[in-house]
Design a binder for this molecule. Structure first.
Ligand SMILES: [Zn+2]
Length: 78
């Protein structure tokens, strides 16, 4: 393995280990779930469908760059 490949491998691995797993409860079906979040972006707001009931959940995420400090989930349109 040459150095460029080693470096690329390290970057991918490093990126994997800094993902933070957090649990949340779907506001539609109340199913407890967990998801990996990227803490490198400090304020995140995105919509993703629930894996159980497929309704769109709005995620509001606050991080300190290394860990998730606040996570809230909301129903869309409320
Ligand atoms: Zn759901």
């Amino acid at each position: 393995m040459d150095m460029a490949k080693v470096d690329l491998f390290f970057k991918r691995f490093h990126r994997l280990i800094i993902m933070i797993e957090k649990e949340f409860t779907c506001p539609y079906c109340w199913e407890n779930q967990s998801r990996l979040f990227d803490p490198s972006i400090q304020n995140q707001n995105f919509i993703e469908d629930c894996e159980v009931c497929c309704n769109p959940i709005e995620f509001n995420l606050v991080t300190n760059g290394l860990d998730v400090i606040d996570l809230s989930v909301n129903l869309i349109g409320q």
